[in-house]
Structure formats: C-alpha cells, structure tokens
Ligand binder design. Structure first.
Ligand code: GAL
Length: 956
C-alpha cells in the first residue's frame, strides 16, 4: 500500500464537523470529565489508512497509556522540539512532513447512572496540538485545528449508557502548525480537558454578558444576550430581567485593583448558567486606554502556560499559583502570550483582579526568513482559518471582565487576514480595543504596541516625537514585550518605569516573560533547546522568565515587584518626613497599614506605626517620621517604611508587604586603619600585622590565620545571556567584545614587591595576550597590627573603549559556609537591577547565595556591602562593594551548560568587586544604559580584613 497523506491535515481550512464557537460557561447541566488515562499508540506518519482503532470492539489492550490532558512527548513517547521562530520542517505551506508523529488515543467510558435521558450532548476539547480527527462509537465526528482553542461536537444520538468508544487521532504537524509558530516547545497532544456536556432541551447555547460602568453616575448597565431566551437574576443588585433587556443599577465597578464580581444566574427553560459579572467600561479616549473613565498603567507580564513536567497541560493549582504570585509581586496585567489560555485562568483573573490582553493563537514568524513571502496572513485562502481562530477566542472569552483588550496574535507580519480578523472582532465586540504589535502602521489596532524598544525610543514615543503615520500618532502606547528576563536580569526596569510614569501616552508594558520553559530532566536539572537532540533549536532562549521552571521567583521578579510598587515611599532624610505617593489607578490607600523602623547598621532599634491618610489614586503627601529614637547607637542609620496589607485579602495575608522605602538617616563612618605595622621578612615570607605574604610574589598566604589563595585583580565574569546578546543584535554585544579582547584570560605580570616603612606594595600589570591594553595595578597592604587593609589602584593603559565586566579582587578560602553581611540584600543585585536591594543585616550560606539560572552564568552578587563575614574573615569595604562567593571558579561557571555541570570544589572563591557592568536586556532588547557601564578608568578601592572572632561584628 502506498503512503497517502491525510487530506485534512494539510487543508488550510479550520476543519469540519465542529459546532460554532460559544461562550465558556458553567451550569447545572451534568457533565463528565474524560480526563485521565487513555490508551495510546504512536505512529511515525499521518497515514490515512488504518482508522480501524476507532471502531467499537477494537482491542487496544497492547497499547501504551498516556494521561490526558498531556503531551505524549513528555510521557516517554518521542521528544520535544524547541525553536524560537524557525519552522522545524520545510516551509511549503500548507504541506507538512511525511514524518508526522501521530498519536491515536482511545478512551472507553460509561455514562453516569444519573445521566439524563433526554436532551443532547456535546463533546468538548479545550486544546489539542496541532490537529485532531475524532470518532465516537465508530462514527466520525470531524476534524479540527487551532491548538489552544476549544472545539465542540454534537454527540447526543451516538451516546450509549455504557461502553462508549472515543477515538482521537492527533497529528503533530498540520497546516495549522504554520499558524502556530510561537517561540516555545512544539508539544503535541490532547493537552487540555476533554469533557462530555449534557445539553438539556432549551438549555443555554451562547450568551453575551454586556456589563458596563458609568463612572459619572456610579451605575452599571447590564444586558445579557442569549440565543435561547431566559431570565437574568443578580440577587445582590435586585436585578431580575429578561435576556436582551438592559437594566441600570448603582454598582461597584470591577477593576484589577478592586475586582468586584456579582454572582448571577442566566436561567432558560432547560438550564441555569452561573454568571460572574464585573461592571467596567474600556475605551480608548483622548489618546488613552481608559477603564471606567480613568487611564490605566499596565504593570504586566507575558504568560505562556508552563509546567516543568507537564508542559502546557496546566492543572488548576498551578494556574492559581501563577495568579497569586502575580498579585503578590504587584503585577496587575497579563498578556496571554501567544494564545488564549486555559479557560480557568481567566476565571482566576476575574476573581483576583488582573487586566488581561487575550491573544489569539496565531503566529507565522518563520515566514520572516523569506521576507514574509507566502505568509498565510496575507493569503485569502487562509482567511477562514484566521477568522475561525478569532471567533473561537472571542466567543469563548467574551464574558470575562478581566479581558480588556483582544490581541490578533503575535509576529505574523501584516496582511488582509489580520484586517479581516480585526474587522470581525470590532463588529462582534466593540466594547474592547484590538491589539497587534506587528504592524507599524496600526491599521487594524486601537493602540500602538511595540516590543523591546529602547528607553530612548520609548521616551520619544512618550513625548510624541516618534512621528510615524498619523493614525498611530494619536494612539496610546504599550510595550507588549520588554525587559527580556533571560538568565541574569532584566536590567533597566526602573528606568522604563520612570518613563511610563512620566508620560501619559506610555501606558506601561509587559515583561517578557513570566516563566522559564525548562523541562525537568533527570540528568540536566532542566532541559532546554538542543537537549533532546533537535536538529534545529534555539538553546536556552526558551528560559527567559521571571520565575524559574519550578516557579521559584528569580531576582528579576523581586526587582520587578519593587519597581512597580503601587505605593512609592521616598525621602532624603533631611526633612524628617517620608513622601507617600499612591500609584494605584483606582484604589485609595485604606487597605494598607504603614509602619516605620529605625535601623542602625541594619539592626532595628525601634519601630512603630505610621499614620498615613487614605490618599486617593495619584495623590501624595509628606508624612512626618517620629523623632530619632532616644539612645540609638551611633553608626549609619536608615528609616525603613513599609506599606502592608491591613487585612487578609484573597491573594495574600494581612501584613504582606506591598511597598517599602528606605530613607537614609545618617551616613556611614569610613573604616580607618592606622598604618602602624611594618612588613617583616622571614624565610620566604613577609609578615605584616595579621598577614603573611609570599616574599617572592607579594601574594597573601594567610590573613588573620585564614589561608588565602590566588588573591588578585579580577575583571572577568561568566557572561550572562544579556552580556552575550542575541545573535541578531546589531548593537555592540559586550560578552563577545570582552572575549575577543581576551578579558577572560588576563595575565598578571609581577613588576615589583616592595616592602616599605609602613606598607607592602606589589606592582603588577594585568593584560590579555595579543593586546596592548592593560591595567597597571598596585596592591598596597597596611596594618595596625590587628587589622589589614588592602588598597587596590588600577590605571588602564591603552585605548580602552570597552567597559569591563567587573573590577575587583578574587581569592580562594579553604572553607566557608555561613555568610553574614551588612549591605544590600537579601537577593542578588547589579547596577541596573538594584531597586529591590534593601540595606540591612543579612545572612545566608555560600550555596544559598547562588541564583540557579537554568544556564549557569554570572549571578548572586550582593550589592552595596559595607561589611561581610565568611570563612573566618571579616571584610569591610571602603567604599561598599559587591560580594560574590561560590564553590567553583568563574571559569567553571562560564563553561557550564546546565546546573548539574557545576561541581563544588574544596575552595570557596570570593569576589569583592568595586564595580560590575550593568545587566541590560540584550538577549533580546537593549544593552545596559550607558550610565550602568563599568568604564575602564583609574580606580582605587580598599578592603579591611580582620578575624570574625575578634571584636563585635557590629562595630566598624
Ligand atoms: C518576541 C516574541 C516572543 C519571544 C521573545 C523573545 O519577539 O514575541 O514570543 O520570542 O521575542 O524571547
């Protein structure tokens, strides 16, 4: 028998046999979940033959089993493939490869005993990637494409009380794959719920809840349109009206900050459907996106559905966890990149309060490789499929108050198909603006949206100086993606936020992205592109989230949380006041309780509550701080002011810190060591105060009795994803320049070891092979007999045009576990990711200081460290420094591809840095702003060493 490709797989049409789309609903009609264990058989091709498995009585006893919802490639059958925008098959639309993994799924089920006799039934698939053909009891129901969209089939007459055979053939590749070229793993399977729904006679079919809010009168107008007439009741509002009939009543509006939902019921003769009604009005007016008459500022994230074991098959707990994590980190908006999410996620957004840009399942990015030639989005043959996708999204999700904007899709070029989608959406739902980023002319959209624009460009847009077509100039602006959170970073968030806050037209942005799509792997920790032997892949570009794959917040999320705090607490310590600014768009501050604490050297001396007026959104006030507590010890002091939840909320308990600010109260005394000790020569050894040096090299051997190895200047860091930059970046990519220059293989030439009257001076020149550039570096050691001071002076020679990765010293200690420090913490911070670093007293362990980026890279620096204690040494900085300590060298970190490549050695390597280069976001976006560059220029910095068991660790 010759191979015959199955026609429907390569057909541009959306499929056949499925029912028209309708609103997602929960009702009192019975339903039966068909999730669970299914019989499964994988074939290599999408052969049209052998659909005998769909017949009743087929014996699938020797088949494997898979869990539905799930992806078979994550359940031991075949393997996942990751590409960013390249199609992993030849581009010849709508044809797909002969090698087309095809999963036959079988499930036999009985109807529950109380399944109603009358009425009909529909079978619903909430998501199948990428194309399915369905049979029930041997009868073919149809086929469909549109992976992250629902499809329903009428099955009433086919059902039997027992032994129903549901057969589903799923193809990994189909014509639909051309429309689903999102940057993510290709993961075939029935990955969302399968449900049988009873459809009572006179049950509700489709319904549309129109619930607007008039902020002038404080009233809401409700009208529920329904295909099948019925009555709408909302007990809390005393509403009882017929479908189709508007009613206006005083209501509390729905906003993401105040997600007031009213429970209601839509009752027809046959069914009662639950309504959760949020009254709000979205409009683009005066060039701004307004909700309930007020402009909103999106503090958003792009959320792909991800679970490290289950891929895009998300369980309800994981969805809730996402929402709770977002709320607790001050995030107020989600773009459902790049497809409609599981329907339950939108219920959670309604309930907890998040603004949603609901994005259609459409991306044809791979066509960019051929200058967008043959792009389905500009080819009328594909328009029905595009319209089908638009309709399936809008009809399913139209009743969610959280959905405030529809998005046509992502990176699909431009074309008539997009225009058709936009026209259809505008017609069907004029109550929401339409978004699409890929058309610079904004022909079809109601807002101007961009991704990864630089700060400078965003500022020009904010000022209205960006020019462009007239239509676009009048539109509000969002960054639908920015701040690429790949690896260490993103840097520059605070600088973007300042721009958003300064210019009305800039209505915020959505960080790319929420979570790393690492796949849990027994040997690698988390796998990324290439780890499954893919012939084409984009490596760890799939791990670019604010959460690690296991949903632990990365430092990027902690930074973002601080940058987007809804309350801004500032002061300079001179006025005795704190400035409290309410940054909410709708809520006053009455839900928050404020407190102060006065800290000397990071230790709280006294604390109390602060009375702050219930400022309205946008208002601010100077609030008086108390007098400095009597008897407070001398030393550097800060006021720390916190805004906490005054009561439990659905998303966080009482006392959860929503915002904080730190106000300097008195400056830090500079550590001083009198140079009274004299270097003394011994047998190959020089002694100075508590330290011994190698007399030949001038390198310290022990400091305060602690053996110290390899102490020297260090300029290299294991480049971050953002240092390396994306391959397509046309701007300078610092990681590459640094390696080209040889900064990862600096040589240290010893020029002189000079024991003097009151100091040991060691002169060196630090430079890479093959270059004339170098750093003349002098180490000057002094001591008062007990403590040892090292002053490092570096002067660049030659024409340094490139900033340094880092500048400081590194050395090895034989053992260190606990680490204590006074300075920025508790987490990692770099010059442009430092907003969340709070000055305080912190402790950790060397292992806990590491940030577990999926691809190892520079991480874990603590900023503004005044002093640190580890491995028996106390180190004070003049000025404050960056502290890093790890059980492997920078070179080992640099060479590692996965966390599991990092094997702890016997030495703890400590870096004390005077400076670090900024982080930026060049793994997709802009490099660090020039003000965060670590320029090669003359520098001098000191460290004072003393033993930790000697004297109080609090005294400087
Ligand atoms: C954007 C795209 C995203 C993702 C991101 C980089 O261009 O819309 O899907 O690829 O870049 O991580």
């Amino acid at each position: 028998m010759s191979f015959r490709p199955t026609a429907y797989v390569e057909d541009v049409s959306p499929g056949s046999g499925a029912l028209p789309p309708r609103a997602h609903a929960s009702s009192d009609a019975p339903s039966l979940s068909l999730n669970g264990s299914w019989r499964f058989r994988l074939s290599d091709t999408a052969d049209a033959e052998d659909d005998s498995f769909a017949a009743e009585g087929y014996d699938a006893g020797d088949w494997a089993e898979v869990t539905v919802p799930g992806h078979w490639v994550l359940q031991g059958h075949g393997s996942p493939v990751y590409t960013n925008h390249l199609y992993p098959f030849p581009v010849d639309p709508p044809r797909v490869p002969t090698e087309n993994p095809t999963g036959d799924h079988l499930r036999v089920f009985d109807l529950p005993a109380d399944w109603p006799a009358g009425g009909g039934a529909v079978l619903r698939f909430d998501g199948v990637e990428s194309c399915a053909r369905v049979w029930l009891n041997g009868t073919e129901l149809g086929d469909f494409k549109g992976s992250r969209l629902p499809h329903e089939f009428a099955v009433g007459p086919l059902l039997k009380p027992a032994g129903n055979v549901l057969a589903v053939r799923v193809h990994q590749w189909s014509a639909g794959s051309y429309l689903e070229d999102q940057d993510q793993w290709w993961l075939p399977g029935i990955f969302r719920d399968v449900t049988l729904l009873h459809r009572p006679a006179d049950g509700v079919r489709d319904f549309f809840v129109h619930a607007s809010y008039d902020h002038v009168s404080g009233t809401g107008t409700l009208r529920v349109d329904s295909d099948v007439p019925g009555r709408v009741t909302v007990p809390d509002l005393g509403v009882d009206v017929a479908t189709g009939e508007p009613v206006t009543v005083p209501v509390e509006p729905w906003t993401a900050e105040t997600p007031r939902l009213y429970d209601g019921v839509l009752a027809t003769a046959g069914e009662r459907v639950r309504l959760r009604i949020g009254f709000r009005t979205v409009a683009v007016a005066d060039g701004l996106i307004k909700v309930n008459g007020r402009p909103v500022l999106f503090k958003g994230v792009n959320r792909h559905e991800w679970h490290p074991q289950r891929g895009r098959a998300l369980d309800p707990e994981t969805m809730r966890e996402d929402v709770l994590l977002m709320k607790r980190h001050n995030i107020n908006a989600v773009r459902t990149s790049h497809y409609p999410p599981h329907p339950a996620f939108l219920d959670l957004c309604d309930e907890y309060g998040l603004w949603v840009i609901d994005e259609c399942d459409l991306e044809t990015h791979g066509f960019t490789e051929q200058g967008w030639r043959d792009n389905p989005v500009d080819d009328d043959r594909w328009t029905p499929a595009l319209l089908d996708r638009a309709a399936r999204m809008v009809e399913r999700d139209k009743n969610h108050p959280s959905v405030v904007i529809w998005s046509l899709g992502n990176e699909a070029g431009t074309g008539r198909g997009l225009t058709a989608m936009a026209e259809w959406i505008h017609g069907r739902d004029p109550s929401r603006p339409v978004h699409y980023e890929g058309d610079p002319d904004c022909r079809d959209t109601d807002l101007y949206s961009r991704m990864y624009a630089s700060h400078a460009e965003v500022e020009r847009i904010g000022r209205g100086l960006d020019g462009g077509p007239r239509r676009r100039r009048a539109l509000p602006f969002i960054l639908c993606e920015y701040a690429h959170a790949m690896g260490n970073g993103p840097g520059g968030l605070a600088d973007y936020q300042r721009l958003f806050e300064r210019h009305d037209r800039l209505q915020g942005g959505f960080v790319w992205e929420w979570i790393d799509h690492g796949i849990a792997h027994p040997e690698l920790g988390y796998a990324y592109g290439g780890d499954f032997g893919e012939e084409l892949h984009d490596g760890n570009f799939v791990c670019d989230g604010l959460l690690f794959p296991d949903r632990r917040p990365s430092p990027g999320l902690i930074e973002y949380q601080k940058v987007i705090e809804p309350v801004v607490l500032t002061g300079d310590g001179t006025a005795g006041t704190v400035r409290v600014a309410n940054g909410y768009d709708f809520a006053d501050l009455s839900a928050l309780a404020f407190s102060w604490s006065y800290e000397v050297e990071g230790e709280p001396v006294d604390s109390g509550t602060l009375s702050v007026p219930a400022l309205a959104p946008g208002e601010s006030a100077e609030v008086k701080l108390p007098a400095v507590p009597a008897g407070a010890p001398a030393g550097e002091a800060h006021w720390t002011v916190r805004a906490r939840l005054a009561a439990d909320t659905p998303w966080a308990p009482r006392d959860h810190v929503v915002a904080w600010g730190q106000i300097p109260a008195s400056a830090r005394p500079v550590p001083h060591v009198a140079a009274t000790a004299r270097p003394a020569a011994g047998d190959g050894v020089l002694t100075l105060g508590p330290a011994e040096f190698d007399a030949r090299t001038g390198a310290p051997r022990t400091i305060c009795g602690v053996p110290v190895t390899g102490l020297r200047l260090d300029v290299w860091r294991a480049t971050t994803d953002n240092d390396d930059g994306a391959a397509w970046q046309s701007d300078l990519r610092f990681g590459l320049l640094w390696r080209e220059l040889g900064l990862h293989r600096m040589r240290h030439r010893l020029d002189a070891v000079e024991p003097g009257e009151d100091a040991l001076t060691v002169r060196t020149r630090v430079a890479p092979a093959a270059r004339e550039l170098g750093l003349s570096t002098v180490y000057r050691w002094t001591s008062d007999g007990d403590r040892l001071r090292l002053t490092v002076s570096t002067v660049p020679d030659g024409d340094w045009t490139v900033p340094l990765p880092r500048l400081g010293i590194r050395f090895g200690l034989p053992a260190a576990d606990r680490v204590r420090w006074y300075g920025g913490g508790p987490g990692e911070a770099y010059p442009d990711t430092r907003t969340a670093a709070r000055i305080g007293r912190w402790q950790s362990t060397v292992d806990e200081l590491q940030t577990p980026y999926v691809r190892p890279q520079e991480n874990g620096a603590r900023i503004d460290v005044r002093w640190a204690e580890l491995g028996g040494l106390r180190i004070e900085g003049d000025p404050a420094f960056f502290l890093t300590a790890r059980r492997w060298t920078t070179e080992q970190l640099d060479a590692a591809a996965h966390r599991t490549d990092l094997v702890p050695g016997p030495t703890v390597w400590v870096n004390l840095d005077h400076g670090q280069h900024g982080i930026g976001s060049q793994s997709c976006g802009p490099a660090p702003l020039p003000r965060y560059h670590l320029r090669a220029e003359p520098a001098e910095f000191s460290f004072v060493f003393s033993p930790t068991d000697n004297g109080s660790p609090t005294s400087l």
